[in-house]
Design a protein. Sequence first.
Length: 243
Amino acid sequence: MHEITLCARSPIAFPQPPPLRLPGAALLVRLGRMMQPRHMELRIDVNHPDGSIEAELDALYRRLHTAGDAMNACTCLPTLRPGLVFHQREADGEHYVYVEDTACRRLAGYTVFNRLIEVDRRTDRHLRSPHSKYAPAYQGRGIASAVYDWALGRGFCLLSGARQSAGAHALWHALARRHSLRWVALRAKRMHDLGNAIPTTRRAELDTRMLLLGHGWSLAQLHARGLLQPAAEAANEGMRRRA
């Protein structure tokens, strides 16, 4: 659902005209960039071409059934959705969940729960950032939602990425109907509490993320254990950065 594949705006996706060679062209290009908005609204700007997703899932499916491959050693989770098999493995503290449609002999998709370099070690023990890719035929069927629920049920708190696809953004808000959601700012390796509602302009900042609280966690516990800093600390850090 997000991150790290070519989007439709990629120069590889569409042929681009040759660069301008006129005098002062470089200056005009630089001025144009300076005049562009600093952040996109809600940063919902990730788009995965369907063909690249299908090709990646085909390659992963072959690995899943190749003896000796790390994926072949996955363990099976309890059935989270009828008719699908959920394979899970852990590597360096990151969790991978691959969803197999055995009847069709293919992968429906996968979710990776990544560690974050943007937080300190104490926070890293309890926080993961999920990134998902699912084939178009399996999107909108609640599969990714079931996988996220599994991770939240294990006690992990989930943090959104810097950018999202429209589908991922909708998924987070759907999960917020049954899990506590908080807006936070990532600054100086720590999470700063922004509250449960913030202005649209603040949501567009790259250090603003959504936090879903895992099973057994409350806001009071996050604050008491120093995993979530008061909002005032975020404001102070912002002023120091601008000074």
